[in-house]
Design a protein around this ligand. Sequence first.
Ligand code: NAD
Length: 477
Amino acid sequence: MHIGGQWVPAVSGETLEVITPTDRDVVIATTPRAGAEDADRAVAAARAAFPAWAALPFTERQRALLRIADSLEEAVEDLATLTALDTGNAIRTQARPEALNLVACFRYFAGVAGEVKGTVLPTADGQLQYTRRQPLGVVAGILPWNSPLMIAGFKVPGALAAGNTMVLKAAEDAPLTILELARICAEHLPDGVLNVVTGYGAEIGEALVVHPDVDKVSFTGSTLVGHQVAAKAGARLAHSSLELGGKSPCIVDADSCTDEVVEQVLLASRFARQSQSCTTGSRLFLHSSIHDEFLDKLVARTKQLVVGDPREESTDIGCIINAKQWDRVQGYIEDGLSQEGVVVAYDGRPDLQVGPPGFYHAPMILTQVSNDWRIAREEIFGPVLAVIPWTESEEVVAMANDSHYGLAAFVFSKDLDRALGMAHRIDSGWVQVNQGGGQVVGQSYGGMKTSGIGRELSLEGMLEGFTQIKQVNVKLS
Ligand code: NAD
């Protein structure tokens, strides 16, 4: 782990094995299994570094972030390969774009560092009343395993640009790219400004959440753990923001049965990420007038996708993270089939469902699904698309909103009034119209309902998530 500018083991000396999803029999690294004493050490290092970092002119923090961006850019290929090995995300379709996104995030937040500023209020003569935006202090960032570098990009540069220092906890299943990020950042940051720890959520993760000297917890992970994090941080009145799970609707209108929309729906399905994405458009609502024709096109394209070694450029879809997740995905498929769902993609290709030694899984499209089945309600976090027909826009918006999640949504219609009418009525933090990819650095990213609280990746996210306002009222003589 990287704490206070040093590479250190856990105080206990204990370690965890990291396996690659490409082969469960291959241990690719061991990392420290950190606990409460390590949390103390890392938080103390971040606290010690805070006053000097916060006091720097913003241009100095900006320069450091830009230098980090340059170094990350030089390392993009290494970071992409490591991401593929560590997470199972395919290098061309996912791992390399994630590394490039990280670079863009560092540049973006360097660019907006000077926006951490206050306001001057209109006053009577003899008064000066103004606000200052100040950093919160020590921020604990807790990361999931699905896209660690990309999500680190949502948190680290924004928190640092605003003058905070950090302890970043890597996910136990995919910690390696985050340790590499620590190494690159350390070349350009004072000791202790960014500390990276590894280990289990219930140990080092929880120790950070309850730590009295952590001012803010920025958590990305499951809704289940998010509830616990919010409760524990709230109990000591620490700030918290939560980026959690989703069960996002993807609506295709009667006028949109085209090859181009099929490509965009494939992007929304996040099959290229094994659908291990919180923003996966996992409920596909097809207008009944085009249902069969669109499905035929989608199935034909899905069957062309190459499932294989995530390090190969020819691979479209890599591996599921681990055995537990692979079994979970299978469980959902079996549940859907037991309720009379019908698999249409890869039917008859059991070889592509074979897991060990690598956790490969072909994308599954299930039709004749009802919006109240488990596969349409629960986050699967695997390549399973539930297809549901609709006829009236009121009906499909109601089905889209009939979920406790509210992270992302996709609407495809050539009639823009109709598309925007639906987009505005869907309760999601992010709605895409006529596109399935399309996330841009600088957008306000986050969820409604149980998909989260707070926004990241944007100027608003930086100001609201990583600063606090102080009011100063001055009587002038
Ligand atoms: P998870 O909630 O199991 O773990 C996330 C992180 O929290 C890990 O680092 C883990 O070690 C840590 N953790 C676990 N228990 C903890 C505790 N009690 N206290 C503090 N930390 C704890 O999630 P995961 O399985 O790693 O990731 C998948 C989930 O993340 C999915 O639900 C997915 O939707 C969600 N996710 C959300 C977003 C988003 O931006 N909304 C992005 C990616 C993933």
